[in-house]
Design a protein around this ligand. Structure first.
Ligand SMILES: Cc1ncc(COP(=O)(O)O)c(C=O)c1O
Length: 396
């Protein structure tokens, strides 16, 4: 009864663990969530007020499918001033979350059998979207030694006559890795030379640490810009995950095709969320800076705690709110009926025994690792790390 594409598509591993953690919580068990993919801060008051104002002003009807003009204009201004890349409103599509922007970009550009290169570890939805579009994900692994970034040589080797697109996630979920301008220039050069389109998911753009200077890949050159869809949105920067507001910027033809696809599925993003995001983009970003400073503090704390545990190998990422430590040292060990042979066993054991939820690396295409989110209060980070340290010390 179901379509073949369903068989080819996997469920998100982040969702599976979240479901188990949720079930334990429903039983009254206090679970510490290190598996969260969203800022723990509330949406700032001035953004909430803008939404309430929109409702009171009766801005509650459909908008044009591509999004209200003033929002698209504000997105252009943001891209120009922050990312040094010039777009016009007809080159912008407002979407129902950044996820839909990626999905539209894939559906509008990937044909049956087309290959899409995806650096691993990856956000699980990238390969699944490619599969839904009947394309073929091709993975390149960026190892811990290289801060989980891929090299020019790896990229060059992965490109074939069927390569249609390259999926970049910068900063990266699940590793927090961020590519520098120089690294991006080298990769972009190879992609442009081989006529490979770029889908650049920049949803964690604002969350960079240590005064890292963020580069949007489309700002490298006009040629790169002409072959790139930038994906971004309000979710992570403004703690607005539930508002479902993302956007894509790119060549008019590609954006028009994505607009058409969206018009036959969800139509425009929520009108209220569009007005709220307009305010978010136009107001000073002091609150965002405060959130970033807090994330950096938590990152430092978590890295320090993880490095203290024998057998855990952890890099210091410069972006997002995730750590991706190596945990394969514990494979072959057991505790209280749990035998750990892979990252799923590791996560299951720590969920039940340390009451701490994280996500297995295998779900992100890399076995031997787990993703830890530090989008949680300092109290919970401390408590979770105490629990983890305690259980891991008993594994034998
Ligand atoms: C890399 C990446 N892209 C996109 C999204 C989805 O963003 P949105 O909630 O705006 O759809 C996420 C959410 O976790 C993500 O990690």
């Amino acid at each position: 009864m179901l379509a073949r594409r369903v068989e080819k598509t996997g469920q998100s591993s982040t969702m599976q663990i979240a479901a188990r953690a949720f079930a334990l919580k429903e039983q009254g068990i206090d679970i510490i969530n290190f598996n969260i993919g969203e800022p723990d801060f509330p949406t700032p008051e001035y953004i909430k007020k803008a939404a309430i104002r929109a409702i009171n002003d009766n801005q509650t009807k459909y908008t044009t499918n591509s999004g209200i003009y003033n929002l698209r204009k504000a997105i252009c201004e943001k891209l120009l001033h922050e990312n040094h890349v010039q777009y016009h409103p007809e080159e912008i599509l407002v979407t129902n979350g950044a996820k839909q922007a990626v999905y539209n970009a894939v559906l509008a550009s990937v044909d049956d059998g087309d290959e899409v290169i995806i650096p691993a570890p990856y956000w699980p939805s990238f390969p699944e979207m490619v599969r839904i579009a009947c394309g073929k994900p091709v993975f390149i692994e960026g190892g811990l030694d290289n801060g989980f970034k891929i090299s020019a040589r790896q990229l060059e080797k992965a490109i074939t006559s069927k390569t249609k697109a390259f999926s970049l996630n910068n900063p990266c979920n699940p590793t927090g890795a961020v590519y520098s301008r120089q690294e991006l220039s080298i990769l972009a050069d190879i992609l442009i030379r081989n006529k490979v389109n770029i889908i650049s998911d920049e949803i964690y753009e604002k969350l960079v640490f240590d005064d890292f200077k963020y580069t949007c890949i489309a700002s490298i050159s006009e040629k790169v810009k002409n072959n790139t869809i930038i994906v971004n949105g309000a979710s992570k920067a403004f703690a607005m995950t539930g508002w479902r507001l993302g956007y894509a910027a790119g060549p008019a033809e590609w954006i028009k095709a994505m607009d058409m696809i969206q018009s036959h599925s969800t139509s425009a993003a929520s009108t209220i969320s569009q007005f709220a995001t307009l305010t978010a983009l136009q107001e000073p970003q002091k609150i965002v800076m405060e959130m970033v400073a807090e994330f950096q503090k938590r990152r430092d704390y978590m890295v320090k705690r993880l490095k203290r545990i024998k057998g855990i190998n952890c890099s210091v990422p410069q972006g997002a709110f995730y750590l991706f430590p190596e945990i394969s040292f514990f494979f072959g060990k057991s505790y209280n009926g749990f035998k750990i042979n892979n990252s799923v066993n590791f996560v299951e054991c720590l969920l039940e025994e340390a009451k701490t939820a994280m996500v297995p690396g295998s779900g992100f295409g890399m076995e031997g690792y787990v993703r830890i989110s530090y989008a949680n209060s300092m109290d919970n980070l401390e408590k979770g790390m105490d629990n983890i340290e305690n259980v891991l010390s008993k594994l034998a």
